[in-house]
Design a binder for this molecule. Structure first.
Ligand SMILES: Nc1ncnc2c1ncn2[C@@H]1O[C@H](COP(=O)(O)OP(=O)(O)OP(=O)(O)O)[C@@H](O)[C@H]1O
Ligand SMILES: [Mg+2]
Length: 433
């Protein structure tokens, strides 16, 4: 379990509270204790909390259900477990319906509690030594739609079936493709992505097939193509909808025969290739319009995965934001604890036309600008509704994102920070540095 994780225990009975705290502390996490719902809500809005275990406080006002509702609304990334003195089936069903992770009857067995916390907490943590993007556990999928996507994914990862991933720009198609590869028996071989949109037909062909010396003017040496380099691994064909028709036929033949010839080559080369393709277009439509070969479509689309846009899975917004906060805390050596409730509301109201990439950029930017320990509205881009902007009232509006697609470079950010520091010190260089 993550050692810097914080668990908030809300329990009136000090005996129970102590027992749970002891078990969790032994397991290595930090515990904060509270004996009243109102106090607990204060803690949640001020500190970073990774898990809440709260008594039902049945018949009290506010009660545990109110805590659950508030957390689901304003801090939806924090999982809540409710506890009760007796097994009340109705209360349990109600709690789960409202989004509780679990419902436990007291006294809670220490082993069970720790196992549960262990299962819940790592799902929002960055694994040690993981690169920023490409690790399966680093893929946040709290929403029910994404959970079902990932259930399919786990099942098909181990196979060699071709997969077609559809989704808007920035929804995580490439991340998903890598996750599939990392979970397959090909994980120790290469995952090779190629963007079919950026290249001319002849360049794309030579990238994929490679060539032998003298195959065309300028082919001074033998060169391996991606088919060969990705042998026994996974080839990721990004923006597959952009691949020219002539090349579609050639690609189909390679996939069917699992063998190919380099440009200018005479020898058939055997392959063991898994292909994952992605597109932000409706490929079926392209087939109907004759822009994409139907046979290739069927060949690639053995398993179909649609990644829904972020606006259709708002449950993922705050968990993703918290995930990126932790990521950038490490990268920028900062200690941002979380998102203020007002900023959280803006995050939830925004419809994220640039999907997860836009969210990531917004968090990155906010973490550089923010001077307090929480991300507040003033450090969010205007598009997300900064400074009392209209986003909170008009969630449907989708103004153009203020940041360029890949965000500001770190250098730009540093310049900006320096400029701000200079402004504060009245332009005195020595003092600012
Ligand atoms: N579920 C997720 N959990 C964590 N990070 C995510 C998730 N989905 C997307 N991201 C991050 O969002 C960014 C965009 O994801 P990715 O490049 O996979 O999107 P894409 O669908 O391939 O976009 P495009 O169509 O523009 O190429 C990446 O930084 C990725 O790490
Ligand atoms: Mg992509």
């Amino acid at each position: 379990m993550r050692k810097d994780a914080v668990v908030l225990i809300v329990e009136e009975d000090s005996h129970h509270s102590e027992a749970m705290a002891e078990a969790l502390t032994k397991a290595g996490v930090r515990v904060v204790r509270s004996d009243a719902i109102s106090h607990a809500l204060e803690v949640v809005s001020q500190k970073r909390v990774d898990l809440i275990i709260s008594d039902l406080f049945a018949g009290r006002n506010p009660d545990g259900i109110e805590l659950l509702d508030t957390v689901r609304r304003d801090f939806s990334s924090i999982p809540v477990i409710l506890t009760a003195d007796s097994p009340d089936l109705e209360a349990c069903k109600d709690a789960i319906r409202r989004g509780a992770w679990d419902f436990l009857v007291k006294p809670v067995e220490a082993k069970r509690l720790v196992a549960l916390a262990e299962r819940i907490i790592p799902s929002v943590a960055v694994p040690k030594g993981a690169s920023l993007d490409y690790v399966f556990p680093g893929v946040i999928s709290r929403s029910p739609v994404m959970q079902s996507v990932f259930r399919v994914l786990r099942r098909v990862s181990k196979t060699d079936l071709s997969i077609l991933i559809e989704g808007e720009s920035g929804t995580g198609k490439e991340l998903t493709a890598r996750a599939i590869h990392e979970n397959s028996h090909r994980a120790d071989k290469q995952f090779l992505p190629i963007n079919c949109a950026g290249l001319s037909e002849s360049l794309l062909e030579s990238e994929l097939f490679g060539h032998v010396k003298g195959a065309f003017t300028g082919a001074l040496n033998d060169r391996k193509g991606l088919f060969q380099l990705a042998d026994k691994g996974t080839l990721f064909l990004d923006e597959i909808g952009e691949i020219p028709l002539m090349l579609q036929a050639k690609l189909l033949r390679v996939l069917e025969e699992q063998s190919f010839r380099r440009l200018g080559g005479l020898k058939d080369i055997k392959l063991d290739l898994r292909v994952i393709a992605a597109t932000n277009k409706n490929l079926r439509e392209a087939v109907r319009e004759g822009a994409f070969r139907q046979d290739l479509y069927f060949r690639l689309n053995v398993i179909h995965i649609t990644i829904p846009p972020l606006r259709e899975r708002p449950e993922d917004i705050l968990p993703l934001a918290r995930f990126f906060i932790e990521l950038y805390n490490r990268k920028f050596k900062r200690h941002i604890e979380g998102i203020s409730p007002e900023a959280g509301r803006l995050f939830l109201a925004h419809d994220w036309p640039g999907n997860v990439r836009e969210l990531r950029n917004a968090v990155e930017r906010a973490m550089i600008l923010e001077e307090t320990s929480q991300i507040r509205p003033s450090s969010l881009p205007i598009s997300v509704g900064h400074a009392g902007g209209p986003a909170a009232q008009a969630p449907a509006a989708a103004p153009a994102p203020e940041l360029p697609d890949d965000g500001l470079s770190l250098e730009d950010n540093e310049k900006m920070l320096l400029k701000r520091a200079l402004e504060r010190t009245g332009g005195n260089q020595t003092q600012a540095a």
